[in-house]
Write a protein that binds this ligand. Structure first.
Ligand code: UDP
Length: 380
């Protein structure tokens, strides 16, 4: 199709990421499908990125993620050095049709500073936007920068100025959805899984309390702050509790763990993660925040595991109540629904994922948005 896109994945982690890395995973899922559609991709990332692309730009050798612990001005220095590299590359060439930025609002500010010479840009919003309105002030400059959300619910919560620059939303995808309807089903165990960072917003304390009350075996999988294995967390000193997620785990989650009915297994990855999720009778999301994109939700569906969740954020967009999952208004109802999850048919979940959440579906939708951003007359 003759489109060249500069994909900015930032300097923090390589693409694909070795472990944790939401944004980098999205880029790794999207880029191969874009290239299949004929889009040339120039990846701005770090040198250790291994994702096949048409060209690369990198300022840093390896991911700068550990530096995020450093003082704020040093973190900004890294972001700016990376972006200066992107802008240098943009100034040296005129074949980039569009910048697809996933990183920081500061990236858009740098593009805006290039003035009319900068290519149009699409910035994907990955967070719960109610928290970060101030970051996006520069969108009011004359430069053609547009934004997209990862769900309609996320955009609806965004400050008005940001919404005025939105061209739509694109749901997250998972490679697990490819042919999900054709893979043989996994036999179901008794257990329920909560997959995600241990965090008050994800509500593992609610899940653990419910499981104890109902006598349902529950596996909590995911990191606690920087700790991926129970042994590492156990060995950490008292200062580890300065991390709010570590404190949350010790104070609100750990009291419900009995090592038998309710267990925390740390981060699970690769086949182990897929087997745990596919073998669960339900994936539980006892949310206390407005989930913006829900990768773990679409992964659960792709693996044929019905979703039982608080109906917050993007959940009602991703899950059809009564067919692919059950959505509750509160904790009380969540308990009732958890017991009812076995009435749902795993095949419906897989079918839904194969139709809606494949990387190809996501890439086609992004190409539509690229066209919208590039057409000056397009309504915003
Ligand atoms: N994840 C994982 N192992 C874990 C916990 C989480 O691989 O033990 C992955 C999960 O499969 C998903 C991502 O981390 O791909 C979390 O993304 P999501 O959008 O669900 O939540 P976020 O952390 O971005 O709010």
């Amino acid at each position: 199709m003759g489109l060249t896109v500069l994909m900015n994945a930032g300097p923090w982690l390589p693409v694909p990421p070795p472990g944790y890395g939401g944004i980098e995973n999205v880029v790794a899922t999207l880029v191969p499908e874009l290239r299949r559609l004929g889009v040339r991709v120039v990846l701005a990332s770090v040198e250790t990125s291994t994702l096949p692309v048409d060209e690369r730009i990198s300022v840093f050798g390896d991911g700068q993620f550990p530096a995020l612990q450093r003082p704020y001005n040093q973190v900004c220095g890294i972001a700016q050095a990376h972006l200066a590299g992107v802008v240098r590359a943009l100034r040296a060439r005129d074949d980039i049709d569009l910048v697809h930025d996933h990183v920081e609002a500061v990236g858009l500010a740098t593009l805006a500073a290039m003035g009319p010479d900068a290519p149009p840009a699409l910035h994907t919003l990955h967070w719960d936007l109610a928290k970060h309105p101030a970051l996006y002030g520069h969108l009011d400059g004359g430069h053609r920068v547009r934004v997209n959300g990862v769900s309609a619910a996320q955009l609806a919560r965004a400050p008005r100025r940001l919404r005025e620059h939105a061209v739509g939303h694109v749901h997250l995808a998972t490679p697990l959805a490819v042919d999900a309807d054709r893979r043989p089903p996994t036999p179901k165990g008794d257990h329920v899984v909560v997959l995600g960072r241990i965090n008050p917003g994800k509500g593992q304390d609610v899940g653990a309390r419910l499981a104890r009350r109902l006598g349902v075996p529950l596996v909590l999988a995911g990191p606690v702050g920087p700790y991926h294995r129970p042994a590492d967390l156990a060995a950490a000193g008292a200062e580890a509790r300065q991390n709010p997620d570590v404190r949350f785990f010790h104070e609100e989650v750990a009291p419900h763990l009995d090592g038998h009915l309710v267990r925390w297994v740390g981060t699970v990855a690769g086949q182990e993660r897929d087997d745990l999720l596919a073998g669960a009778r339900a994936a539980l999301f006892p949310l206390r925040w407005e989930e913006p994109g829900g990768t773990a939700v679409v992964e659960s569906l792709a693996l044929g595991t019905p979703v039982v969740a608080t109906g917050r954020g993007c959940l009602p967009e991703l899950v059809e109540h009564g067919r692919t999952g059950l959505l509750a208004a509160d904790e009380e109802e969540l308990g009732d629904l958890l017991l009812a999850a076995s009435v749902l048919d795993p095949r419906e979940c897989r079918r839904e994922a194969a139709v809606r959440f494949t990387p190809a579906v996501m890439a086609r939708r992004y190409v539509e948005l690229y066209e919208r951003v590039r057409t000056p007359a397009a309504p915003v």
